[in-house]
Design a binder for this molecule. Sequence first.
Ligand SMILES: [Zn+2]
Length: 455
Amino acid sequence: MTKEKFLARYDKLRLDEKKNYKQIDALFLNTIESEGIDFFIKNKILSRLARCEKTIYLYCQTCEKNLDSLSRVEIMALFYSYLHLSKVKKARAILTLLDLSNTSTYDEVLSGLACGKFVKKRHNPFIIKYDLTIKEKIFYLIEGIDSIIDFIKTGYDNFLLRHIYLTILNGDRYAFIGPFIKEIFINTAIYEINEYNRKVFQHCLVHEYTHLYQNQYYTWGLLKEKKEGSVWRFVNEMFADFKAYKFLGVLDRYAVQSNYCAYHLINSKTFTIDDILYRFTECTKSTKKKLISYRFLVSFCMFLIDKYGYDRINKLPAASRDYDHGHSFLKYLILYFGCDIEILLRQWKKNILTDHKPTPSQCTDDIVDCFKVEGVDDKSIILSYSAKYYLSVWDNIITYSGERLIERDEVTKHKYLKEGKFKIDKQNLKFGELDVFIHFYQYSQYYKIDLVKYI
Ligand SMILES: [Zn+2]
């Protein structure tokens, strides 16, 4: 067996993991039996063992014997393997081997491991793990998971994993997927128990599942140029959000909010087209831009749907299989759209700036009944609101001073609340007044607040 032959066989089988799982297990076990573990070490493909249920223990054991010589990828694979095996203490210990200064993912995971003991619950095809201390919340959030199962059984052209591992953490960060064993992680500390947050949870779950689906098609082999990594991420996130809003049944309604957000973010030059396309990954690493960088994804997706039709966009990942895989990801997009994606983004930008400028007259309903200055100190002003719906100061409330979009420090974190607070830096207030746009699905509301006496 050569490395190339092993990888080619594995890549072919993994195109349908549900059907081929027995052959995948056999491929790994037989290769270990005939070639020995050295085959994986010598060929620098040891971390592949962390992708197979049957060899994940062996992977951990092998790594433990060679901790000093592990590569970064191997350490990451070991970390996720321990997490998958619910060995929280071991997972924590392994992170001390890594320089984490440049990554946020592990920070996100660690914040969620605070309690430490997982409970397992099966709900086919889901295998759900959660911390015992948050049991009540989890039961509330996963109610309605059957409708997600129906959606993924019918909406992903027969793609269904044998098991969908879902690990629910109690951290205050975001959701993500495990890069080795296919696993979805969702942090839930930010969710208070309410119906809106259950929808946010469902949104996360469908969004992350869609990443697993897309990653079957968009393999790393498609990334030939460095800048393609960012384009890949942008398209991947756009499609994941598109599916999540489709599941929630609010795609058209949310598109209105997304268009308004896109207007604010582009008009204030918070994002350029180059940022969106070629620096999207960098933007999502910055805590402040991370949340808002997802807000315009549905807007662009709906622009594509208007232009190409729903079915064509829905088939974007799966259709890549019919193209010659000698191409790069960018080339695939050109072939599929008949046009460079950068040109499409520039057309979309023009469309947003001319047709989607939010105006006060668009208010059709009062979302917020009280929006006021709550307190002032040397550096900042604290604003508070009380609303009819659960809102987030990042997602739904957009503030301007003059032409400049205001960055907000969250006082109440990224929670969806009916009553919330946020803090803005006095330095950012150019004209002593603040324009506040509040968007929630198709509703839009506008406030102008005089701040001269506070600055
Ligand atoms: Zn995502």
